[in-house]
Design a protein around this ligand. Structure first.
Ligand code: FES
Length: 230
């Protein structure tokens, strides 16, 4: 039996911790545990007090959508990728701390979408990608926008000018944009919203839940958007 301690919160309610007893199966992840706890009829906490289902988000359950990002034992991770067997007998779950909490483990990450819109990262016509850059663009495009890297970034806060490593998809956009003016506009936005604000702490480098080489992507984005222009 393990203990799963969850930070519970909802609009108008002072956040509080609630702990649940859970009997894990060998392959269980945090996502499995939350699903099974919520499927329990008359869910109770460790004291036997009635508890409401734990609010959390998921979609793919295969490390592909980023919806289930949360703080697991102090580290930002994907719940569907966090095996209980690696986490010990006491597990603490909290929502990501850089975004407004909607309820329990659900946060509102709309600011990430808004930031990408500001950077104009949407293709408006067919892309042309040089073949030797395909791997780089593919890796950049795999960003889940989960927010894990922003959680550990000392410079990012929602609503600030600095957009943090969520700008990594800019690499794809700069690589594929053929129009010189549009390319220049993207590069300028990147300069303002990433390059000028990054303190080079590189705290983000080892946090990406899908293991992308964030440092390499940022070096390439810097090279294409800033250094080559200067
Ligand atoms: S549910 Fe999609 S990444 Fe975890």
């Amino acid at each position: 039996m393990i203990k799963i301690k969850v930070l519970r919160s909802a609009p108008g309610v002072t956040p509080f911790f609630q702990t649940f007893d859970y009997e894990p199966e060998p392959e269980d992840t945090v996502a499995t545990a939350l699903t099974r706890l919520n499927a329990t009829e008359d869910l109770t906490d460790e004291t036997g007090a009635p508890a409401t289902p734990i609010a959390w988000e998921c979609s793919c359950l295969q490390k592909k959508c980023g919806a289930c990002a949360m703080i697991i034992n102090g580290r930002p991770r994907l719940a569907c990728d966090a095996r209980l067997s690696e986490l010990g007998k006491r597990i603490t779950l909290k929502p990501l701390g850089k975004f407004p909490v909607v309820k329990d483990l659900i946060v509102d990450r709309e600011i990430l979408r808004a930031n990408l819109k500001t950077l104009n990262l949407w293709l408006s016509k067919d892309a042309q990608l040089p073949e030797k850059k395909t791997d780089l663009a593919y890796t950049a495009g795999r960003c889940l926008q989960c927010g894990c890297c922003l959680e550990v970034c000392p410079n990012f806060y929602p609503g600030g000018t600095f957009f943090g490593t969520s700008v990594v998809p800019v690499t794809t956009r700069v690589l594929t944009e053929t129009d010189k003016e549009s390319r220049s506009a993207i590069a300028k936005a990147y300069d303002k919203h990433y390059y000028e604000g990054c303190g080079k702490s590189l705290a983000c480098v080892n946090v990406c839940p899908i293991g992308r080489d964030v440092q390499k992507l940022l070096v390439n984005s810097n090279a294409m958007a800033i250094w080559k222009r200067k």
